[in-house]
Design a binder for this molecule. Structure first.
Ligand code: PLP
Length: 379
């Protein structure tokens, strides 16, 4: 157990506390789970249908298709758009590996492009150089809850006839120029992994889009490619958002905006407390972006010493992500292409994420900030 200067034990501040939501809405969540358990209808039923309508409305789009995970949402959206073998798909070099794996899963080649130091997102100025005659799509990621530069990306995509699929797995509710992510490209993929801003009691995901044809194709593909009972029209997969998960998400969706508001307040607290430190890089957001702070990531030259020093002070910091997708074992076979990636490599070696979630006590956030000042100032 960590201790203070006088040797007294101090309470740990975990990176996340997913059970804390129970003190707020535990009874409602239990009731939703029980409602489904008693109904006897567990897949592709009324809860999913209702959640799809509610989430589409929240994102400001016509269609939402619930699927089994965020990675599956990317994969099925690409497949529904007709992207596959022979195609290249532009992805940020700095993202969770699932963005890349979904591209590979459809048989296309991920093309890694470097990111902006300030936003950790696709650098639109570097995309044009990565476009070839095989390029079929761009998958911008709204990493850490901060929207990517969608206007510049959209212009490039229109000029070259490319699909834009948002990876919004970390950005439920974020806005760009006043509009919600999920409706900023041709389609978007969301994850409801428990730790995301909108999380289920297990895996889940969704595709949002205004394109009725793409939605219908994705709906077919998520359920074996089955049109009517046992009439299989395409080689689909089994990737469905279960009724219990949809019911849980319906309880949580009305809380998403207030929770994101709390995340914003905590992020502002960190910026206020740490903004004057020269030794750490503090995240910033441009005026066009309204981020939802899925992660609060700071940069430090001696990242490992920081993480260790924080642990000694009872603060759990995590690293998102120490290894870039192209450098991971998944791409040891070289099945990708990439431009030079100086910024991504720098971020991957310096980034650490501080605890930030809607049920984090502001007093604990202050303790985190104080610990960061001690550690970052001295290392
Ligand atoms: C979580 C995540 C995914 C994958 O979502 P899963 O539900 O875990 O499959 C994809 N992209 C990004 C950026 C993510 O953070």
């Amino acid at each position: 157990m960590p201790s203070d200067a006088a040797g007294s034990p101090i309470a740990r501040i975990p990176f996340l506390d997913l059970s804390a939501v129970r003190t707020e809405i535990g009874a409602e969540l239990d009731a939703a789970v029980e409602r489904v358990a008693r109904s006897g209808w567990y897949l592709l039923g009324p809860e999913l249908e209702a959640f799809e309508a509610e989430f589409a409305e929240y994102c400001g789009v016509r269609h939402c298709v619930g699927v089994g995970s965020g990675m599956s949402a990317i994969e099925l959206a690409l497949r529904a758009a007709g992207i596959g073998p022979g195609d290249e798909v532009i992805v940020p070099a700095y993202t969770w590996v699932a963005t890349w794996l979904a591209v590979s899963a459809v048989g296309a080649v991920p093309v890694g492009v470097d990111v902006e130091e300030s936003t950790y997102n696709l650098d639109p100025d570097l995309i044009a150089a990565a476009i070839t005659e095989r390029t079929a799509a761009i998958v911008p990621v709204h990493l850490r809850g901060q929207p990517a530069a969608m206007e510049a990306i959209g212009e490039l995509a229109r000029a070259h006839g490319l699909l834009v699929l948002e990876d919004a797995a970390q950005a439920h509710g974020a806005r760009y120029r006043g509009r919600r992510v999920g409706g900023l490209g041709d389609a978007a993929a969301f994850s409801f992994y428990p730790a995301k801003n909108l999380g289920a009691f297990g895996d889940g995901g969704a595709i949002t889009t205004d394109d009725g044809e793409l939605a219908a194709k994705a709906r077919l593909l998520r359920n074996y490619g089955m049109r009517d009972r046992y009439e299989v029209e395409a080689a689909g997969v089994n990737s469905r958002l279960a009724e219990i998960q949809a019911a849980v998400l319906r309880v949580k969706l009305p809380r998403l905006d207030p929770w994101n508001e709390t995340r914003r307040a905590l992020a502002a607290r960190y910026v206020e407390a740490l903004g004057d430190l020269d030794s750490i890089a503090i995240p910033t957001a441009g005026p066009e972006a309204e981020p939802v702070w899925h992660l609060f990531v700071v940069g430090h030259a001696d990242r490992e010493a920081c993480v260790e020093g924080l642990a000694e002070r009872g603060v759990e910091a995590l690293v998102h992500y120490p290894v870039l997708p192209h450098a991971s074992g998944a791409y040891a076979d070289g099945s990708y292409t990439a431009s030079d990636l100086p910024v991504s490599e720098r971020l991957a070696s310096r980034a650490l994420s501080l605890p930030l979630h809607p049920h984090l006590d502001p007093a604990d956030a202050d303790r985190v900030a104080a610990a960061v000042r001690e550690v970052a100032g001295s290392s």
